[in-house]
Design a protein around this ligand. Structure first.
Ligand SMILES: Cc1cc2nc3c(=O)[nH]c(=O)nc-3n(C[C@H](O)[C@H](O)[C@H](O)COP(=O)(O)O)c2cc1C
Length: 374
């Protein structure tokens, strides 16, 4: 059984552990209560009594066991990734079946709540897993700039990105500013999607088509990059946004094309990610692609847009459909959230560019900028 404790920042481990304890108490404690007192509890909440009591006891027992599993995750000094995978599968199955029964008939809100709860915790366990199996990403997100590869530095950099709504583009202009300040010559290559599907603003139809394709990770067609494998850039900064908790299809298409992989081989590469709120999986996907291309990853920053949920999500939907921030006006100021990185995060990206321009040489220690992703 695999187990990890190193690499993940201790405060984040604490948050995940506390969340595991919460679901442990809810699953194990809640199901014991339901098994013992389901009649009065259901009568109080107006839930119809179970038609098949043995099946009800079976499902409660299953859910109780998942609570015990969550408690083991909370208590472990070496968190087991196998336990987390089991938890993700179990909670996803429960959640998906609840959704299925909800769609085919009446389902009391109590069961719907249980389904949503397990769906949310499947996601939390999933992020926990990414943390634990990616100690290298935690180092990068803690602000480290790693020594570059053994190769001559001509002080020229390439920015490679795709940006649908302009947020990533602005982010990259700030990285560029930092690199220019350190004497770098900077070129930009904007990834262009072939299909008219990827146009901003999005209609509902196109939004759902993109989302559907993102869920099933259907690749997008992009125009050839035209960057030779023997290019002169000593640094490449790759930027990507999140689409449905993963890499945006046109940016992933860069790596899906085998001919493009040589562009990154043996080169110093840094990553930037922008999103509404969820960047960890997108970042992990990008960096794993870069690892497969034998790139030398030297730095990574990922930033979310400002604001609070669920207003940020609603604001995103309105923005994607209308291309207007702060619309409708009467929702502005108290509900609608900005769809751009804050000034503070943009300033951090300038400093990221500066730090990349001065990244340590092979054999030198990594530098720690003290600016974390988030
Ligand atoms: C189709 C689609 C799906 C998205 N899904 C997510 C998501 O799952 N999580 C998230 O945090 N942001 C999500 N976003 C928000 C984008 O990551 C965010 O708006 C980002 O700033 C866009 O960058 P860009 O302007 O460079 O295209 C989604 C945006 C689109 C268009």
């Amino acid at each position: 059984m695999q187990g990890y404790t190193v690499g993940a920042p201790p405060e984040l481990l604490r948050v995940f552990r506390v969340l595991s304890l919460i679901t442990a108490i809810a699953n194990a404690g809640g199901n014991v209560l339901l098994l013992l007192f389901h009649r009065p509890i259901f009568a109080l909440l107006g839930v119809p009594p179970p038609i098949d009591v043995p099946s009800f006891a079976f499902v409660s027992g299953f859910s109780f066991t998942i609570g015990v599993l969550a408690f083991l995750i909370f208590r472990a000094t070496q968190v087991s990734t196998d336990l987390l995978v089991t938890g993700i599968v179990a909670k996803s199955i429960y959640s998906l079946f609840t959704f299925y029964f909800y769609t085919i008939g009446e389902l009391h809100w109590l069961y719907r709540f249980f389904g949503i709860w397990d769906g949310v915790f499947a996601l939390i366990f999933f992020f926990f897993l990414i943390y634990l199996v990616s100690p290298d990403l935690n180092v990068l997100n803690a602000g480290a700039i790693l020594p570059g590869a053994e190769r001559a530095r001509g002080r020229s950099a390439l920015l490679l990105y795709y940006s649908l709504t302009g947020n990533g583009q602005v982010a990259m202009q700030h990285v560029k500013e930092g690199l220019l300040r350190k004497g770098y010559a900077v070129d930009e290559k904007v990834v262009e999607a072939e299909e008219p599907l990827f146009r901003f603003p999005l209609s509902w139809r196109r939004f759902w088509r993109i989302t559907f394709r993102a869920v099933f990770r259907r690749p997008a067609a992009i125009k050839p990059l035209g960057i030779p494998a023997d290019h002169a850039y000593d640094l490449i900064v790759v930027e990507c946004q999140t689409w449905f908790i993963g890499m945006a299809a046109p940016m992933e298409a860069v790596f899906e094309e085998p001919a493009n992989r040589a562009i990154f081989r043996g080169r110093d590469v840094a990553t930037v990610h922008v999103c509404r709120g969820l960047w960890r999986r997108t970042q992990a996907m990008t960096i794993r692609w870069l690892n497969r291309c034998d790139a030398h990853v030297v730095g990574a920053r990922a930033y979310s847009n400002p604001g609070w949920e669920p207003a940020r999500l609603f604001s995103l939907f309105i923005f994607l459909g209308t291309a207007r921030e702060c619309y409708p006006r009467w929702l502005c100021g108290w509900f609608l959230q900005r769809q751009r990185l804050s000034e503070d995060k943009l300033a951090r990206l300038v400093r990221f560019g500066e730090a990349l321009g001065e990244r340590p040489c092979p054999g030198e220690p990594a530098t720690l900028t003290g600016e974390v992703s988030g």
